[in-house]
Ligand binder design. Structure first.
Ligand SMILES: Nc1ncnc2c1ncn2[C@@H]1O[C@H](COP(=O)(O)OP(=O)(O)O)[C@@H](O)[C@H]1O
Ligand SMILES: [Mg+2]
Length: 407
């Protein structure tokens, strides 16, 4: 039997997440990546969590077909499927009892309607749903690659933190509350109106949790999961992406590329209208290299028109990846780590080329900025370390260690 080459290299499903601010091109780049993977022979599914639902549009799928799919996968070819998650459908499909219970609980405990409805979808329904799918597709092993088009950055962060949050939530419900309820039910029935979950709800929850089990390990395995941050060369976009980068790092989810999309072509250099833009963009691209060091940065030009249909997706995919196979892990090491030492913290950053001469480390606007010759790297401080100041630095075995103490 002839085994295709990729099976030898990728014995499991790759999960590639695209994250970034709204409008930067996440959906388009997810679609282009998936399209390229499928033409390389990988059986690929691209799932969109973006409520704007433009994945189908990128592939030029008629509206009726999208509606008919009801949030389930649509087949584009033998090797390519797309899926636009429909949260309401998902709630009906998987979450019905749990959702109703939470709603009831919050209603009767005196929270007002609006708040209780918000809370009923507390553990980020969108995130949980996509985690469910990541797990499902991974376990089924039908696909070689799952591309996930995440909602705009804020929610992407909820996505990576979700397994941790859920674990906490489930532990609380199962180990603590369930036991308490067993004892308290007869008493509670008499003294309170709060509806107590019956075994059916617990069963539903348990079942649900079972389906999610192990997904956190998939997310933090750099061989399996990669995040690709999509950005545009603009100030507002960068701040948000940098924060996302920090959180992905803190949660141990591997960011293997930064894709700077909609870069003006140098042919506008002599155009009066755009030439200033070009200069601004070039400055931001330089910043991007520093902000996301040492993760590779790919630049993608603004095309002459919006990117709709297979032909343009194919062209775009070559502009993004060149000859590189997008299924590859494009970068794997932790960009930086925060280590704790006697109440102080150390930033450990890989920088094998650094020497002491000309090295400067300073803090500015919540970031630690490291400069050496032409090299520049920014490390955003987590909230907890906001009041910390750099007190010294050391080069150690190819790593730069920056010592932080409270000011
Ligand atoms: N490189 C590009 N060149 C031209 N148009 C682009 C490019 N990337 C994205 N677009 C267009 O920009 C718009 C927003 O892109 P989209 O992928 O929907 O962003 P997001 O999913 O991040 O909100 C779409 O109309 C898309 O066709
Ligand atoms: Mg989108």
């Amino acid at each position: 039997m002839k085994i295709p080459a990729f099976v030898l290299y990728f014995p499991f499903m790759r999960v590639i997440l695209f994250s970034g601010k709204g409008g930067v091109g996440k959906t388009t780049i997810s679609a282009a990546t998936a399209y390229r993977l499928s033409s390389l022979g990988y059986k690929t599914i691209v799932v969109s969590l973006d409520p704007a639902h433009s994945l189908g549009d990128a592939f030029d799928i008629p509206e009726e077909e999208k509606i008919k799919a009801k949030g389930l996968p649509i087949k584009i070819s033998d090797k390519l499927y797309i899926q636009e998650i429909d949260i309401q459908e998902e709630v009906d499909r998987y979450w019905g009892d749990v959702y109703r219970f939470l709603e009831l609980l919050f209603n009767t405990t005196g929270l007002d309607q609006v708040v209780s409805e918000e809370l009923a979808i507390l553990p980020g329904m969108e995130e949980v749903t996509s985690l469910l799918y990541v797990n499902k597709y991974y376990k089924e092993g039908e696909f070689d690659a799952l591309i996930l088009d995440l909602p705009p950055t804020g929610e992407s962060l909820r996505f990576v933190s979700m397994p941790t949050v859920l674990k906490w939530y489930m532990r609380k419900i199962f180990n603590v509350e369930r036991n308490i309820l067993k004892i308290a039910r007869p008493v509670a029935r008499r003294i309170t109106d709060v509806p107590l979950p019956d075994d059916e709800y617990f069963k539903a929850l348990e079942n649900f949790y079972e389906k999610l089990k192990g997904v956190d390990e998939l997310l933090i395995d750099p061989e399996i999961t990669s995040v690709r941050i999509v950005a545009n060369p603009e100030k507002m976009v960068l701040k948000e992406s940098q924060r996302a980068f920090l959180y992905f790092n803190l949660f141990g989810v591997n960011v293997d590329a930064v894709i700077v999309n909609k870069v003006l072509p140098s042919s506008v250099e002599n155009c009066e209208h755009f030439s200033k833009w070009l200069i601004t963009q070039r400055r931001y691209i330089e910043d991007i290299n520093a902000l996301f060091y040492p993760v590779p940065v790919f630049t993608v030009p603004l095309m002459e028109d919006e990117v709709v249909g297979y032909e343009r997706l194919e062209i775009l995919s070559h502009l993004i990846y060149g000859d590189t196979d997008p299924i590859k892990v494009l970068y794997k090491e932790k960009p930086y780590e925060f280590l704790q030492e006697n109440g102080d913290y150390i930033i450990k950053l890989k920088a094998p080329f650094l020497t002491k001469e000309g090295l400067s480390v300073l803090k500015s606007e919540g970031e630690i900025i490291i400069r050496w010759k032409n090299f520049k790297s920014h490390v955003l401080l987590p909230r907890k370390l906001r009041d910390y100041e750099p007190k010294g630095a050391k080069i150690d075995n190819g790593y730069l260690k920056v010592f932080l103490s409270k000011s």
